[in-house]
Design a protein around this ligand. Sequence first.
Ligand code: 6PG
Length: 471
Amino acid sequence: EGYNYGMIGLGVMGRNLLYNIADNGFSIAGFDLDEEKVNQLHSNATSEMKIKGTGSLEEFVAALETPRKIILMVPAGKPVDAVLDNISPLLSKGDIVIDAGNSYFQDTNRRIADMASKNLHFMGIGVSGGEKGARTGPSIMPGGDAEAFSLLKPMLEAISAKVDGEPCTAYMGKGSAGNYVKMVHNGIEYAIMQLISEAYDLLKRGASLNNDELYEVFKDWNNGEMNSFLIEITRDIFKQKDTLTDHDLLDQILDKAGAKGTGKWTSEQAMEIGVSIPTIDIAVTSRILSAYKEERILASEIYAEKEITSPEDKELFIREVGDALYLATLISYAQGLALLIKASEEYQFEIPLKDVVKIWRGGCIIRSLLLEKFYAAYTENPGLTNILLDKEISSLVKSKINALRKTSSFAVLNGIPSLGLQTALGYFDAYTTKSLPVNLIQAQRDYFGAHTYQRIDREGVFHTSWNSTNQ
Ligand code: 6PG
């Protein structure tokens, strides 16, 4: 009898996902172009797992029950297309290929159409949680073909993380919605990481905390309302010793941030469909700026760093940094969720926002206690356009906004970069301002380009001959 599932790509993520699937009682065959990886498959498996490493695509395909259910865990982009080209001729009508990597949603749309023309199902699913999540329970964001999804559902529910006994996986919508939701997840991930790094800088340089003290602060934060995966791992990072020197490892790490592209895609998408997500944008661009290390050194020599005036009350300062981080994080989620709402209309994804926040509560990188509040908000009001408009959330925001203002001011006055905190605050102020000064922008546009404007007191489109009225 054939194997229930197949996995192509046995890197860390693919292998761990395969073991997770096998742990849950499904049989699964694996294939990788790298023979070593296939050979190693059995060495970490338990005797109960029904798994099989295969040496060729032909052997792999022949090992699977039909309709075949094949998961790809290969790098996004060309490798996915290469696998599809090689495997499609070997498949039969009705087989399902599931791309579990961080593929660009438009690539998924193209592949869905290509594969459909060959009578094959293709789905893009987002998987979050890193290596450990893949092995023990990730958050899984499937989308697309509803018929194919129903076949996968029991397996996805079995292998995913659980919160209150409920699986962290749900149908995210039509077409490439799974990839889109995962992309936005990553955009939010970038924003939160940026904000945490700013809080670290503020506590380290602003309040002179050492790594042991930082550990204690993050431990406290993680034990309270700020509980989240990213706060938790940050706490532990402060404790890590270097093996090459006798320093803390963090202090030996070069300050140039890498990125594989999902954050950039999120920002591009937001620009494309007209959604304001400045904290995510700034997180992407801050990583870019960080890479200009040599120039930054030069600039720091020209413009000597500002001397820092320590906060008068250190304990209060730490509390306020925490509140500022918490609120700016909330605002970053708000931006990402607003993007999902617009994208859902724009691309007819029909994304169930309530399920998105529900399945992000566990398994994924941006899991946090805060998502419980969002889940409650969307349960109460599924039509919510921006999380900041929710009543419960708004009282939470009001209780923290002053801390965000004070912390941002401290950063600004002391020359500590705080682009994330500032954009979160700036977004909040702009979003909550009834009359923005863009009446002036409209006037300027009409002045130099006859672009016209609307009025507050009557209907219609107006144009003024600006020079002549004034002279
Ligand atoms: C996850 C992560 C993961 C992502 C890494 C690296 O949800 O498990 O989002 O999918 O690949 O976070 O992303 P960057 O290299 O772009 O930082």
